[in-house]
Each structure stands twice: as structure tokens, then as C-alpha cells.
Design a protein around this ligand. Structure first.
Ligand SMILES: Cc1cc2nc3c(=O)[nH]c(=O)nc-3n(C[C@H](O)[C@H](O)[C@H](O)COP(=O)(O)O)c2cc1C
Length: 221
């Protein structure tokens, strides 16, 4: 039997065509289905030094790989024939209500990845009803995060410095700005040997090369 080629008018009822979204950021995010997709977008759009700072681990990155393997080994245990009419993931974390059992962990130098940095993170956390942690090494001040995300459940992460009065001052500022929890990081008495960072000049102070500057120059956002 000879098959007739369908007409466009017949297809139009069955297929939806995606409209062009002039907001390219929204379009990029809409295309990302997984964290791996977001990582690929970040790899293209973020300066290499900043991408590798987030993506990399220390030494030969064995712990990083093992952490990822541990997450990959987690399995959900499906239950069938249950009443799923009202699914509720709400829980309590550190004494406060959270809409989901997750939160945003503290990350230092967040604005290296995106100019909106911690403010965007805190606002996203507020809109999803989950906690947001601001790092001691944050790139937006305690007070600004509070002002820009007043509804977020804000936590402050402390690296305890040898300069105890300055550490105490940070705690007091966080408390005064309405941060509801203190996260004390205890596993970083020294920083890791992060070879990708050394290669990219991500040292303290930074060791910039012409290549690093060129690589960042066309990714101003
Ligand atoms: C780029 C980056 C920066 C981080 N900066 C901090 C920090 O400033 N303070 C801190 O306590 N933990 C920091 N961490 C650790 C995270 O808060 C978190 O504990 C760790 O990444 C494990 O969580 P994950 O499995 O969700 O990545 C950082 C992690 C990354 C990847």
C-alpha cells in the first residue's frame, strides 16, 4: 500500500512547536533536565578557572569520585498501589520548616561562577522553601543577603579563624541579620591540594596569566 505523506495542517494538531524564547538564560535553563545538563552549560559559559574550582577536588580526586559513586549507589525503593493524591515532602531541618528535605550548602567565592552569586542562591532557596547557607568566604555580605532574601531560611557557615574576635564578630553580624542557624565547618584545618586550581592560577593571592584573563574576558557574566 502506498503511504500518503501527511500534510502540515494535519500534523499541526498533533505536534507543538516550541516558540523562540528571546530570554536566552531562561531558554538555556529550560533545556537543562538534569544536574549534568547544568554542568555542561556551566562548562561552556563560565571561565575555566571558576568552573574547575567548583568541579574539581583535591589530589587525584579519589574522594570526589567516591562521593559521586556513593550517590550513584543510592536507590529509591518504589512502593506501588499507594495513595499518592497528596504527596508531601515537607520536613523540619535544624528546627525550621522546609518544603523539601534539601538545602543549599555553603560555597565560597560564589560570584566567580555568576555575578548574581549568593543573592540568586538565597532567593531561589526562599522561593522553594529550603534553607540557604552563606559561606564565611561568601562574595556578598551577610547584610546584603538578608536584605535581598528576607524570606529565606538563612544559615551562616563559619570557618573558625585563629582571630577569634573576628570570628565572633561574624557570628554576631549573622545573628543580627536574622540568620537562624550557624554551620561550623570542622574539616578544613588546612585547604586541600587542588591541582586544577594551582594550574589555573586560583591561588591566594591569584596567580593570573594572560591565558586566564583571556579565558575570562569573553564570559563577563
Ligand atoms: C565550589 C565549592 C565551594 C565550597 N565552599 C565551601 C565553604 O566556603 N564553606 C564550607 O563549609 N563548605 C564549602 N563547600 C562544601 C559544600 O558546602 C558541601 O559540604 C560539599 O560540597 C558537599 O555537598 P555536595 O555533595 O552537595 O556537593 C564548598 C563546596 C564546593 C563544591
Amino acid at each position: 500500500m502506498k503511504r500518503r505523506i501527511p500534510q502540515y495542517s494535519e500534523l499541526r494538531e498533533l505536534v507543538q512547536f516550541k516558540a523562540f524564547d528571546p530570554d536566552r538564560r531562561r531558554a538555556r535553563l529550560a533545556k537543562a533536565n538534569t544536574i549534568a545538563d547544568l554542568r555542561n552549560t556551566a562548562r561552556r559559559r563560565v571561565p575555566t578557572a571558576a568552573f574547575e574550582y567548583v568541579d574539581g577536588g583535591s589530589f587525584a580526586e579519589h574522594s570526589l569520585r567516591r562521593n559521586r559513586d556513593a550517590f550513584d549507589a543510592v536507590e529509591f525503593n518504589p512502593h506501588v498501589l499507594r495513595d499518592v493524591a497528596a504527596v508531601d515532602l515537607r520536613t523540619t531541618i535544624a528546627g525550621a520548616h522546609a518544603a523539601l528535605p534539601v538545602g543549599i550548602a555553603p560555597t565560597g567565592l560564589t560570584r566567580l561562577m555568576h555575578a548574581e552569586g549568593e543573592v540568586a542562591g538565597a532567593q531561589a532557596a526562599a522561593s522553594f522553601g529550603i534553607p540557604f547557607s552563606l559561606s564565611t568566604m561568601g562574595t556578598v555580605s551577610i547584610e546584603e543577603v538578608a536584605a535581598e532574601a528576607p524570606d529565606a531560611d538563612r544559615w551562616f557557615q563559619l570557618y573558625l579563624w585563629k582571630d577569634r574576635p573576628r570570628s565572633l564578630e561574624l557570628i554576631r553580624r549573622a545573628e543580627a541579620a536574622g540568620f537562624g542557624a550557624l554551620v561550623v565547618t570542622v574539616d578544613t584545618p588546612v585547604s586541600g591540594a587542588r591541582y586544577r586550581d594551582t594550574r589555573n592560577g586560583m591561588t591566594l593571592p591569584p596567580t593570573l596569566t594572560a591565558k586566564t584573563i583571556l579565558d575570562a574576558s569573553y564570559r563577563p557574566e
